[in-house]
Unconditional design. Structure first.
Length: 244
């Protein structure tokens, strides 16, 4: 199949990513590394994609500027970093090197954050069938961090919004904070929020997460958070805020 036909089928499949539910599909695409850290003077790097399955993999690779606004992650198109090749077609057992090239400012004064989105789609021959979806979406964070910026400084708040508890992290530092293995401790009760990665609080930004707590959960002062921040164990006070 020619490149233009493949690109057309790829666009058709991606059109349905938000219109239909994703299908059950065993993950056969492996990505290394799962996080990219660049020095300010580095202009290029690469990630490796591997097809560990028995079927071909087709997909698209894009890079977005990553920010946070109104407590949520926000992605925006960017030309400050590009990925090559942007389209992938990998047979069983194949590997593909994705090269990342910085084209924006080479000496940032503040931490820059991007995300690589890798969409694995159904085979192109299914592109004319109803319900074609992106099977899996992989998102790899990229950080470009000057050595002189300050470490993350987090202030935590919990409040009840619409009957559901919301946890907020405000990062007043100069580096991102990777938040994982979170527990909330209220009196004698310990609530496990999650075992793995909860998310990131970017430098100078605020991130909020809705919590799935038991119906009888009662959070009261003094409230404490335990977590792993950038892989290091941490403990902090949590301010209880009245709901809106």
């Amino acid at each position: 199949m020619g490149r233009n036909a493949f690109a057309g089928a790829l666009f058709y499949a991606l059109f349905y990513v938000f219109a239909t539910a994703t299908t059950a599909h065993a993950a056969s695409l492996q990505i290394t590394p799962v996080m990219v850290n660049l020095r300010p003077d580095e202009t290029a790097t690469a990630i490796t994609l591997s097809n560990d399955g028995s079927e071909p993999i087709y997909g698209q690779v894009r890079v977005f500027r990553w920010d946070q606004a109104n407590g949520e992650d926000a992605l925006a198109p960017t030309q400050d970093m590009v990925a090559s090749p942007p389209l992938i077609e990998m047979g069983p057992g194949a590997r593909q090197i994705i090269r990342l090239l910085r084209t924006g400012p080479q000496a940032p004064q503040a931490e820059q954050t991007f995300r690589i989105l890798i969409d694995e789609i159904a085979p192109p021959e299914l592109g004319t069938q109803s319900g074609v979806t992106v099977r899996l979406r992989y998102s790899v964070p990229i950080f470009i961090t000057p050595g002189a910026v300050s470490p993350p400084t987090l202030a935590w708040t919990a409040q009840r919004v619409g009957g559901q508890w919301v946890l907020e992290a405000r990062n007043d530092g100069g580096r991102h904070a990777q938040v994982a293995a979170v527990q909330l401790v209220s009196g004698e009760r310990v609530y496990d929020i999650n075992k793995g990665l909860l998310g990131y609080a970017l430098a100078g930004r605020t991130r909020r997460w809705q919590l799935s707590l038991p119906p009888d959960a009662v959070l009261k002062a003094p409230l404490k958070l335990r977590a792993r921040i950038n892989a290091n164990p941490a403990e902090a006070a949590v301010t209880l805020s009245p709901g809106p």
